[in-house]
Design a binder for this molecule. Sequence first.
Ligand code: MLT
Length: 249
Amino acid sequence: MAAFPALLLVHGFPLDGRMWRSQVEALSHMRRVLTPDLPGHGIDSSDPESSMDAMAESLARFLDREGIKQVDLGGFSMGGYVCFAFLRLFPGRVRSLALVDTRSGADTETGRAGRDAMMAAVRDRGAVAPAESMLPGMFTAEVDALVLAETGGWMVETSREALVADLAAMRDRVDSTPDLPGITVPTLVVVGDQDPITPVAESEAMAAAIPGARLVVVPGAAHLSPVQRPDAVSAALRQHLEAVATVTT
Ligand code: MLT
C-alpha cells in the first residue's frame, strides 16, 4: 500500500508540536501528519535556533531524515513565519500551504521593543512571563478550563533558551508580504474570528494577496484556533488537502 503524502505542521510560540494533537487525529486517514518540535522545544533537546531561516533549515533536515521530498506545509502563528522562510528556501518541497492565525508582515518598531522586553522578562522570570502575557489572547472566555490549564502547562515547559531564541527570530524576521503574490501552491488561510494577536483583517489581506487562496474564519476562537476549535480547523484543513494533487511524496 502506498504511504500517505506528508503533512508538516509547525507549532507557534511558546508552544510545541502537541498543539496539533487534534489535527493529527483528524487527518491521519489522509496524510502522514508530522508535528515536529522546533529545535530546543518540547522533546527536542538540540540547541534552539534564533532565526526563521535556521528553523526552516532544521525542518528540511528533519524531512531528509524521514526520507520525505515534498510536503503539504502548515504553520500556526510563529510556525507560519517559519513556513514563509521554508517556502523561500525550499520552494520545490512545498506542495500546498496552510497559514493558521499568522501574518506575513515583520514586527513594527514597537513590536521589536516588545520582543526585547519579553526576552528580559524570560531571563528574569522564565517561561511564566510569556505564558502570562500570551494565554489571555489564546482563547475566548468560553474556553474549557482543562484546555486552558493544559495549554498553560505546555507554555511553562518551554525552556528559557528556546523562548529567547524564538523572540529573537520573531523580532528579526523579514517582511514576507512581498512574497504573497508569487505563492503558486494551493493556499488556505485560517483565523479565529476573535483572534487579538493576528486579527482577521490581516488574514483577509494575506488571503487576498495570494493567488487563489481560500480564507476560513473560525467562529468562537481567539488566537489558538487549532486547540479551541479543533474540529473546525481540522475540517478546513481536510477540505484544503482533499483538493491538493498528490503526485509526489
Ligand atoms: C505565536 O503565537 O506564535 C506568537 O504569538 C507570534 C507572535 O508573537 O508574533
